[in-house]
Design a protein around this ligand. Structure first.
Ligand code: UDP
Length: 246
């Protein structure tokens, strides 16, 4: 966000370095139920980001001081693998991963019917295998598919995507260069059935008008992401039924 580059991020025709238009998201691939031994799982790609998510639970929360007698707690572990970025990342938890885990947990808590499972924990593991900006959105999008795949009752799915600004243009779904050298990055996650916002952050600067324009693009794209999430779950369910009848 604070870096400078001579690179043209958006050309005069409004085309970005990866060939996208300003309001175009990266290609998305979502697969539900990819891990045999987890209760629920999801593999997701968006552009060059690759994310794997596994869910366990609800199961008894062994750390009693964390137990909530009224509802389940959602414990998220967002982890960026050492080999996921071009400069080797130091393994293990850092401030960034703690912050991202917390905000993903809060976003998921808005839709999961935690009140059905008092004193339990639902554990969500998010592994970033390859990163190219937008990993918190990719991780959250994958996590809500994995939770649904685990059969955990939810009010809705949670799609997440960012809008932002680079080269003075408002853009959808920033890639690494746009994130690094642009002027603003605004990740957002919504509940599609109500258009409620469950995650909204802003890094950088934008005018109110630009932000409103960016949010319009992000809402529209988030609804499209939700359709892809539901498709992935439907495909998994249909395949399972097919396997059972064979
Ligand atoms: N990044 C990196 N090393 C780090 C953290 C981030 O190379 O230790 C890169 C990575 O590609 C990431 C991008 O910077 O996707 C943007 O990071 P940010 O903290 O904005 O989170 P994200 O956009 O991934 O949610």
């Amino acid at each position: 966000m604070s870096g400078h580059t001579d690179m043209v991020l958006v050309n005069e025709e409004g085309i970005r370095i990866d060939g996208r238009k300003t309001d175009e998201k990266r290609n998305i691939k979502i697969e539900a139920g990819v891990l045999k031994n987890a209760d629920g799982s999801c593999y997701l790609e968006i552009g060059k980001n690759k994310v794997l998510c596994a869910v366990y639970g609800p199961r008894e929360c062994r750390m009693r001081h964390l137990q909530d007698p009224t509802k389940a707690i959602i414990t998220v572990k967002y982890n960026m693998e050492t080999y996921s970025v071009s400069d080797r990342k130091r393994p293990g938890t850092d401030r960034r991963s703690v912050e991202i885990s917390k905000l993903i947990s809060e976003a998921l808590s808005a839709v999961v019917m935690t009140e059905l499972y008092p004193r339990t924990t639902i554990d969500v593991y998010i592994e970033i295998l390859q990163a190219n900006a937008g990993t918190r959105c990719a991780g959250l999008t994958a996590a809500s598919v994995a939770l649904a795949d685990a059969g955990i009752p939810m009010r809705d799915i949670v799609p997440a995507i960012a809008c932002g600004k680079a080269d003075g243009k408002v853009l959808l779904d920033l890639n690494k260069e746009e994130d690094n050298f642009g002027q603003a990055d605004v990740p957002i996650a919504i509940v599609p059935s109500t258009d409620e916002i469950v995650l909204l952050q802003m890094d950088g600067n934008m005018t109110r008008e630009e932000l409103e324009y960016g949010l319009d693009m992000a809402f529209k794209a988030a609804h499209e992401v939700a359709d892809l999430q539901k498709d992935a779950l439907l495909r998994k369910y249909t395949n399972k039924k097919k396997e059972a009848s064979e």
